[in-house]
Design a protein around this ligand. Structure first.
Ligand code: GAR
Length: 202
């Protein structure tokens, strides 16, 4: 049976689209895009999903306690029989309830080489710090911010004339590549976790 992917996003949705393309082309084999959920009603990513014929749901989070909100999201994911949850620009921390509902079945993409520069505006943080290499990370999600065992990372150079926009664009290209690869590894079960280390099984 095909593995069902649920995507959570808050904005643009380019990582969602990269995943959906990989599913459609077979780069992520034996999988299907089950549902895209956003905490923001106007998220452009929702429109992108609709135009591909993928089910979408906006679940506004305003004014709700974290777990109360997460219970609604988890219910929709379960309704759609989701096997793997992919956070793709989803700007919310998950509650312990959410994390324990999908043990080792939630991934996140983050635009820095974690553990450097967690949180918001990571590309700007990297530029301001003056690092010579930046990049992105796909990791399993726990209840902490941008934490959890790392599945894949990709490195890009920081150039002297980079702005936040040019660096973000270079990182984003890598995000789109490694997210699909990480989803493929996880769905195929070709890994084991020892402590914080995710090791590939070939
Ligand atoms: C991406 O750069 C993603 O790595 C980042 O938000 C952007 C969403 O872009 N996520 C985080 O910062 C999470 N901490 P997208 O909507 O085009 O995929």
């Amino acid at each position: 049976m095909k593995k069902r992917i649920g995507v959570l996003l808050s904005g643009r949705g380019s990582n969602f689209e990269a995943l959906a393309d990989s599913v459609a082309s077979g780069r992520i084999p034996d999988a299907e895009s089950a549902i895209v959920i956003s905490n923001r009603e106007g998220a452009p990513g929702l429109e992108r999903a609709k135009s591909r014929g993928i089910s979408t749901r906006a679940i506004p989070s305003k004014g709700l306690e974290r777990e109360t909100y997460d219970r609604q999201v988890v219910a929709v994911l379960n309704e759609h029989k989701v096997d793997l949850v992919c956070l793709a620009g989803y700007m919310r921390l998950l509650s312990p309830f959410f994390v324990s509902s999908f043990p080792n079945r939630i991934l996140n993409i983050h635009p820095s080489l974690l553990p450097s520069f967690p949180g918001l505006e990571s590309q700007r943080q990297a530029l301001e710090y003056g690092v010579k290499f930046a990049g992105c990370t796909v990791h399993f999600v726990d209840e902490n911010l941008d934490a959890g065992p790392i599945v894949l990372q990709s490195v890009v150079p920081v150039k002297d004339d980079d702005t936040e926009d040019t660096l973000s664009a270079r990182i984003l290209q890598e995000e789109h590549k490694i997210y699909s690869e990480a989803v493929r590894i996880v769905l195929e079960g070709r890994y084991k976790i020892e402590g914080r280390r995710v090791m590939r099984i070939t």
